[in-house]
Design a protein around this ligand. Structure first.
Ligand code: SAM
Length: 320
Protein backbone atom coordinates (compact mmCIF):
# COMPACT_ATOMS: atom_id res chain seq x y z
CA UNK A 1 0.00 0.00 0.00
CA UNK A 2 1.39 3.45 -0.95
CA UNK A 3 1.44 6.01 1.85
CA UNK A 4 -0.98 8.57 0.52
CA UNK A 5 -1.34 10.76 3.56
CA UNK A 6 -0.94 14.47 4.26
CA UNK A 7 0.56 16.39 7.19
CA UNK A 8 -2.78 16.22 9.05
CA UNK A 9 -2.82 12.42 8.82
CA UNK A 10 -5.62 12.49 6.26
CA UNK A 11 -5.99 9.88 3.56
CA UNK A 12 -8.84 8.66 1.33
CA UNK A 13 -11.08 6.04 2.94
CA UNK A 14 -14.45 6.92 1.43
CA UNK A 15 -14.93 7.09 -2.32
CA UNK A 16 -17.96 9.05 -3.53
CA UNK A 17 -18.83 8.28 -7.13
CA UNK A 18 -20.97 10.65 -9.16
CA UNK A 19 -22.63 8.22 -11.58
CA UNK A 20 -24.16 10.93 -13.72
CA UNK A 21 -24.25 14.70 -13.65
CA UNK A 22 -27.92 14.86 -14.54
CA UNK A 23 -30.85 14.84 -12.13
CA UNK A 24 -34.61 14.42 -12.33
CA UNK A 25 -35.25 17.08 -9.68
CA UNK A 26 -34.35 20.75 -9.79
CA UNK A 27 -33.65 21.55 -6.12
CA UNK A 28 -33.04 25.26 -5.68
CA UNK A 29 -29.83 24.82 -3.64
CA UNK A 30 -28.27 22.70 -6.39
CA UNK A 31 -29.68 23.81 -9.74
CA UNK A 32 -29.49 27.58 -9.93
CA UNK A 33 -27.91 30.01 -12.38
CA UNK A 34 -25.29 28.70 -14.78
CA UNK A 35 -22.75 27.36 -12.29
CA UNK A 36 -21.78 24.50 -14.56
CA UNK A 37 -18.47 22.80 -15.17
CA UNK A 38 -16.18 24.77 -17.48
CA UNK A 39 -13.45 22.19 -17.77
CA UNK A 40 -15.31 19.23 -19.30
CA UNK A 41 -16.08 19.43 -23.03
CA UNK A 42 -19.79 18.79 -23.53
CA UNK A 43 -19.11 15.99 -26.01
CA UNK A 44 -16.96 13.98 -23.60
CA UNK A 45 -18.60 10.66 -22.79
CA UNK A 46 -19.20 9.38 -19.28
CA UNK A 47 -17.40 6.25 -18.17
CA UNK A 48 -19.09 2.96 -19.02
CA UNK A 49 -19.90 0.40 -16.32
CA UNK A 50 -16.74 -1.59 -17.10
CA UNK A 51 -14.55 1.52 -17.05
CA UNK A 52 -16.03 2.59 -13.75
CA UNK A 53 -15.34 -0.80 -12.18
CA UNK A 54 -11.79 -0.66 -13.57
CA UNK A 55 -11.20 2.73 -11.89
CA UNK A 56 -12.60 1.59 -8.54
CA UNK A 57 -10.54 -1.63 -8.63
CA UNK A 58 -7.33 0.38 -9.20
CA UNK A 59 -8.17 2.90 -6.49
CA UNK A 60 -9.01 0.11 -4.07
CA UNK A 61 -5.62 -1.53 -4.72
CA UNK A 62 -3.83 1.69 -3.73
CA UNK A 63 -6.01 3.32 -1.07
CA UNK A 64 -7.38 2.09 2.28
CA UNK A 65 -10.93 2.42 0.94
CA UNK A 66 -13.63 1.09 3.25
CA UNK A 67 -16.73 2.79 1.88
CA UNK A 68 -18.13 3.60 -1.55
CA UNK A 69 -21.04 6.04 -1.79
CA UNK A 70 -22.94 6.28 -5.07
CA UNK A 71 -24.27 9.74 -5.80
CA UNK A 72 -24.64 12.24 -8.62
CA UNK A 73 -26.60 13.94 -10.16
CA UNK A 74 -29.17 11.30 -9.39
CA UNK A 75 -27.63 7.80 -9.13
CA UNK A 76 -30.92 5.99 -9.79
CA UNK A 77 -30.77 7.40 -13.35
CA UNK A 78 -27.67 5.27 -13.95
CA UNK A 79 -29.07 2.34 -15.95
CA UNK A 80 -26.66 -0.28 -14.63
CA UNK A 81 -26.98 0.46 -10.93
CA UNK A 82 -27.67 -3.15 -9.86
CA UNK A 83 -24.74 -4.65 -11.85
CA UNK A 84 -22.50 -1.89 -10.49
CA UNK A 85 -23.43 -2.67 -6.87
CA UNK A 86 -22.90 -6.38 -7.55
CA UNK A 87 -19.47 -5.62 -9.01
CA UNK A 88 -18.51 -3.41 -6.05
CA UNK A 89 -19.52 -6.22 -3.69
CA UNK A 90 -17.35 -8.60 -5.75
CA UNK A 91 -14.41 -6.20 -5.33
CA UNK A 92 -14.74 -6.76 -1.58
CA UNK A 93 -16.28 -3.39 -0.76
CA UNK A 94 -18.65 -4.19 2.08
CA UNK A 95 -19.86 -0.67 2.85
CA UNK A 96 -21.85 0.33 -0.22
CA UNK A 97 -24.05 3.37 0.31
CA UNK A 98 -26.01 5.75 -1.87
CA UNK A 99 -27.37 9.28 -1.75
CA UNK A 100 -30.60 9.71 -3.71
CA UNK A 101 -33.58 12.02 -4.06
CA UNK A 102 -35.79 8.91 -3.79
CA UNK A 103 -37.91 9.82 -6.80
CA UNK A 104 -37.32 6.50 -8.63
CA UNK A 105 -36.16 4.48 -5.68
CA UNK A 106 -39.31 2.73 -4.41
CA UNK A 107 -39.43 0.09 -7.15
CA UNK A 108 -35.67 -0.54 -6.98
CA UNK A 109 -35.32 -0.97 -3.23
CA UNK A 110 -35.55 -4.77 -3.04
CA UNK A 111 -33.14 -5.34 -5.95
CA UNK A 112 -30.62 -2.84 -4.62
CA UNK A 113 -30.70 -4.44 -1.17
CA UNK A 114 -30.17 -7.89 -2.70
CA UNK A 115 -27.19 -6.58 -4.71
CA UNK A 116 -25.52 -5.33 -1.52
CA UNK A 117 -26.65 -1.75 -0.93
CA UNK A 118 -26.43 -1.24 2.84
CA UNK A 119 -27.45 2.35 3.39
CA UNK A 120 -29.19 5.19 1.59
CA UNK A 121 -29.33 8.88 2.44
CA UNK A 122 -32.53 10.22 0.98
CA UNK A 123 -32.82 13.94 0.35
CA UNK A 124 -36.10 15.19 1.79
CA UNK A 125 -36.26 18.93 2.33
CA UNK A 126 -39.93 19.15 3.36
CA UNK A 127 -42.86 16.99 4.39
CA UNK A 128 -45.35 19.64 3.32
CA UNK A 129 -46.22 19.12 -0.37
CA UNK A 130 -46.16 22.83 -1.27
CA UNK A 131 -42.82 23.46 0.41
CA UNK A 132 -41.45 20.29 -1.21
CA UNK A 133 -42.50 21.73 -4.59
CA UNK A 134 -40.93 25.11 -3.82
CA UNK A 135 -37.57 23.46 -3.09
CA UNK A 136 -37.48 20.56 -5.56
CA UNK A 137 -39.72 22.02 -8.28
CA UNK A 138 -41.48 18.65 -8.45
CA UNK A 139 -44.96 17.79 -7.23
CA UNK A 140 -44.37 14.20 -6.22
CA UNK A 141 -43.58 14.22 -2.51
CA UNK A 142 -45.49 10.92 -2.14
CA UNK A 143 -42.94 9.14 -4.37
CA UNK A 144 -40.13 10.04 -1.98
CA UNK A 145 -42.13 9.11 1.13
CA UNK A 146 -43.00 5.78 -0.50
CA UNK A 147 -39.32 5.17 -1.33
CA UNK A 148 -38.34 5.80 2.29
CA UNK A 149 -40.81 3.16 3.50
CA UNK A 150 -39.83 0.65 0.81
CA UNK A 151 -36.11 1.00 1.58
CA UNK A 152 -36.73 0.51 5.30
CA UNK A 153 -38.86 -2.54 4.48
CA UNK A 154 -36.09 -3.93 2.23
CA UNK A 155 -33.62 -3.74 5.11
CA UNK A 156 -31.61 -0.77 3.80
CA UNK A 157 -30.60 1.66 6.54
CA UNK A 158 -32.17 5.03 5.75
CA UNK A 159 -31.11 8.51 6.82
CA UNK A 160 -32.73 11.73 5.66
CA UNK A 161 -30.84 14.80 4.42
CA UNK A 162 -32.59 18.17 4.51
CA UNK A 163 -30.85 21.33 3.29
CA UNK A 164 -32.36 24.19 5.27
CA UNK A 165 -32.72 27.57 3.56
CA UNK A 166 -34.03 30.66 5.32
CA UNK A 167 -37.51 31.62 4.14
CA UNK A 168 -37.63 28.57 1.89
CA UNK A 169 -38.05 25.51 4.14
CA UNK A 170 -36.96 26.47 7.67
CA UNK A 171 -40.63 25.91 8.61
CA UNK A 172 -40.00 22.19 7.96
CA UNK A 173 -37.35 21.54 10.62
CA UNK A 174 -39.77 20.36 13.31
CA UNK A 175 -42.13 18.52 10.92
CA UNK A 176 -39.12 16.66 9.46
CA UNK A 177 -37.94 15.78 12.94
CA UNK A 178 -41.38 14.38 13.86
CA UNK A 179 -41.63 12.48 10.57
CA UNK A 180 -38.17 10.91 11.01
CA UNK A 181 -39.03 9.93 14.60
CA UNK A 182 -42.25 8.24 13.38
CA UNK A 183 -40.23 6.23 10.85
CA UNK A 184 -37.58 5.47 13.47
CA UNK A 185 -34.83 6.95 11.28
CA UNK A 186 -32.38 9.85 11.66
CA UNK A 187 -32.70 13.17 9.89
CA UNK A 188 -29.64 15.33 9.27
CA UNK A 189 -30.15 19.03 8.62
CA UNK A 190 -27.61 20.59 6.28
CA UNK A 191 -26.45 24.15 6.27
CA UNK A 192 -26.54 25.63 2.78
CA UNK A 193 -23.10 25.24 1.21
CA UNK A 194 -21.38 27.85 -0.96
CA UNK A 195 -21.49 25.68 -4.05
CA UNK A 196 -22.44 26.54 -7.64
CA UNK A 197 -24.70 29.60 -7.81
CA UNK A 198 -24.41 30.25 -4.06
CA UNK A 199 -20.63 30.49 -4.25
CA UNK A 200 -21.03 34.11 -5.30
CA UNK A 201 -24.76 34.86 -5.08
CA UNK A 202 -27.37 35.23 -2.33
CA UNK A 203 -25.63 32.93 0.15
CA UNK A 204 -26.19 35.22 3.16
CA UNK A 205 -29.85 35.69 2.22
CA UNK A 206 -30.65 31.98 2.47
CA UNK A 207 -28.08 30.74 4.99
CA UNK A 208 -29.68 29.16 8.09
CA UNK A 209 -26.96 28.27 10.57
CA UNK A 210 -26.43 25.30 12.87
CA UNK A 211 -27.30 27.63 15.80
CA UNK A 212 -30.53 28.69 14.04
CA UNK A 213 -31.47 25.03 13.51
CA UNK A 214 -30.75 24.17 17.14
CA UNK A 215 -32.75 27.19 18.34
CA UNK A 216 -35.71 26.08 16.24
CA UNK A 217 -35.58 22.57 17.69
CA UNK A 218 -35.19 24.03 21.20
CA UNK A 219 -38.65 25.60 20.89
CA UNK A 220 -40.09 22.09 21.38
CA UNK A 221 -37.28 19.84 22.63
CA UNK A 222 -34.46 19.62 25.12
CA UNK A 223 -31.44 17.84 23.68
CA UNK A 224 -27.82 17.02 24.37
CA UNK A 225 -24.92 16.69 21.99
CA UNK A 226 -23.14 13.40 21.31
CA UNK A 227 -19.38 13.08 20.96
CA UNK A 228 -18.30 13.48 17.35
CA UNK A 229 -16.90 10.41 15.58
CA UNK A 230 -13.64 11.11 13.73
CA UNK A 231 -14.16 11.73 10.00
CA UNK A 232 -17.93 12.23 10.41
CA UNK A 233 -19.66 14.95 8.39
CA UNK A 234 -22.48 15.41 10.89
CA UNK A 235 -22.65 16.30 14.56
CA UNK A 236 -25.45 14.51 16.39
CA UNK A 237 -27.82 15.39 19.22
CA UNK A 238 -30.46 13.40 21.10
CA UNK A 239 -33.62 14.80 22.58
CA UNK A 240 -34.88 13.81 26.03
CA UNK A 241 -37.50 11.68 24.23
CA UNK A 242 -34.68 9.75 22.49
CA UNK A 243 -35.02 11.36 19.03
CA UNK A 244 -31.61 11.51 17.40
CA UNK A 245 -30.84 14.15 14.76
CA UNK A 246 -27.74 15.44 13.02
CA UNK A 247 -26.50 18.71 11.58
CA UNK A 248 -23.99 18.96 8.75
CA UNK A 249 -22.60 22.42 9.23
CA UNK A 250 -19.91 23.17 6.68
CA UNK A 251 -19.86 26.82 7.67
CA UNK A 252 -20.41 26.72 11.44
CA UNK A 253 -18.58 23.46 12.27
CA UNK A 254 -16.34 22.58 9.32
CA UNK A 255 -15.01 19.04 9.35
CA UNK A 256 -12.17 19.57 6.85
CA UNK A 257 -9.56 18.70 9.50
CA UNK A 258 -10.24 14.97 9.32
CA UNK A 259 -12.04 14.68 5.97
CA UNK A 260 -11.26 11.31 4.37
CA UNK A 261 -13.39 11.62 1.22
CA UNK A 262 -12.32 11.29 -2.40
CA UNK A 263 -14.75 12.16 -5.18
CA UNK A 264 -14.83 10.52 -8.62
CA UNK A 265 -16.97 12.13 -11.28
CA UNK A 266 -18.69 10.33 -14.14
CA UNK A 267 -15.83 11.23 -16.55
CA UNK A 268 -13.04 9.60 -14.56
CA UNK A 269 -11.78 12.73 -12.77
CA UNK A 270 -11.08 12.83 -9.06
CA UNK A 271 -11.58 15.71 -6.62
CA UNK A 272 -9.90 15.75 -3.23
CA UNK A 273 -11.99 18.64 -1.95
CA UNK A 274 -15.29 20.37 -2.72
CA UNK A 275 -13.51 23.71 -2.37
CA UNK A 276 -11.05 22.97 -5.18
CA UNK A 277 -12.61 22.86 -8.60
CA UNK A 278 -9.69 21.59 -10.67
CA UNK A 279 -10.42 18.12 -11.97
CA UNK A 280 -7.57 15.60 -11.69
CA UNK A 281 -7.98 12.92 -14.34
CA UNK A 282 -7.23 9.34 -13.29
CA UNK A 283 -8.80 7.31 -16.07
CA UNK A 284 -5.96 8.14 -18.48
CA UNK A 285 -3.25 6.88 -16.04
CA UNK A 286 -4.87 3.67 -14.79
CA UNK A 287 -2.08 1.56 -16.29
CA UNK A 288 0.70 3.64 -14.77
CA UNK A 289 0.64 3.14 -11.01
CA UNK A 290 3.31 5.78 -10.28
CA UNK A 291 1.33 8.44 -12.14
CA UNK A 292 -1.89 7.33 -10.48
CA UNK A 293 -0.31 7.68 -7.04
CA UNK A 294 1.07 11.11 -8.03
CA UNK A 295 -2.42 12.26 -9.04
CA UNK A 296 -4.00 10.93 -5.87
CA UNK A 297 -1.41 12.87 -3.87
CA UNK A 298 -2.22 15.97 -5.90
CA UNK A 299 -5.94 15.55 -5.12
CA UNK A 300 -5.12 15.07 -1.42
CA UNK A 301 -3.08 18.28 -1.43
CA UNK A 302 -6.26 20.12 -2.51
CA UNK A 303 -7.94 19.48 0.85
CA UNK A 304 -8.43 22.59 3.00
CA UNK A 305 -6.85 22.59 6.44
CA UNK A 306 -9.74 24.12 8.40
CA UNK A 307 -12.38 26.26 6.74
CA UNK A 308 -14.76 25.17 4.00
CA UNK A 309 -14.51 27.70 1.16
CA UNK A 310 -16.92 26.27 -1.42
CA UNK A 311 -16.58 26.52 -5.18
CA UNK A 312 -18.43 27.48 -8.35
CA UNK A 313 -18.92 23.80 -9.18
CA UNK A 314 -22.47 22.51 -8.92
CA UNK A 315 -22.85 19.65 -6.46
CA UNK A 316 -24.68 17.64 -9.12
CA UNK A 317 -21.52 17.62 -11.28
CA UNK A 318 -18.97 16.76 -8.63
CA UNK A 319 -21.21 14.43 -6.62
CA UNK A 320 -22.67 15.88 -3.43
N1 SAM B 1 -29.58 13.49 -6.36
C1 SAM B 1 -29.16 12.97 -5.11
C2 SAM B 1 -29.86 13.65 -3.97
O1 SAM B 1 -30.68 14.53 -4.21
O2 SAM B 1 -29.64 13.25 -2.84
C3 SAM B 1 -27.66 12.95 -4.90
C4 SAM B 1 -26.89 14.15 -5.33
S1 SAM B 1 -27.18 15.59 -4.37
C5 SAM B 1 -26.08 16.72 -5.19
C6 SAM B 1 -26.35 15.14 -2.90
C7 SAM B 1 -26.56 16.03 -1.72
O3 SAM B 1 -26.05 17.31 -1.99
C8 SAM B 1 -27.97 16.19 -1.32
O4 SAM B 1 -28.18 15.70 -0.01
C9 SAM B 1 -28.20 17.68 -1.37
O5 SAM B 1 -29.04 17.99 -0.36
C10 SAM B 1 -26.81 18.24 -1.25
N2 SAM B 1 -26.58 19.59 -1.81
C11 SAM B 1 -26.56 19.98 -3.09
N3 SAM B 1 -26.29 21.29 -3.21
C12 SAM B 1 -26.14 21.76 -1.94
C13 SAM B 1 -25.84 23.03 -1.38
N4 SAM B 1 -25.64 24.12 -2.13
N5 SAM B 1 -25.75 23.12 -0.04
C14 SAM B 1 -25.94 22.03 0.75
N6 SAM B 1 -26.22 20.81 0.28
C15 SAM B 1 -26.31 20.67 -1.05
Amino acid sequence: MYPIEDQYGRTFKTLRISLTNTCNLGCVYCVQGDGVRQDIPVSKASLSLDQLIQVVAKLKAILPLDTVRLTGGEPTLFKELVPLINALSDLGISNIKMTSNGYLLADMATKLAAAGLKEVNISLDAVDADVFYKVSRRRDLHRVLNAIERCIHAGIKVKLNAVIMRGMNDSQILPLLYYAAEQNITVRFLELMKMGYYFSNEFERYFYSEADILNTIATEFTYKRELRIEGATANYWETEEGIRFGIIANESSPFCGDCNRLRLDSYGNIFGCLSENSAVSVFDVLDDEDKLVERLRMALSHKQSVQFKGSALQMMAIGG
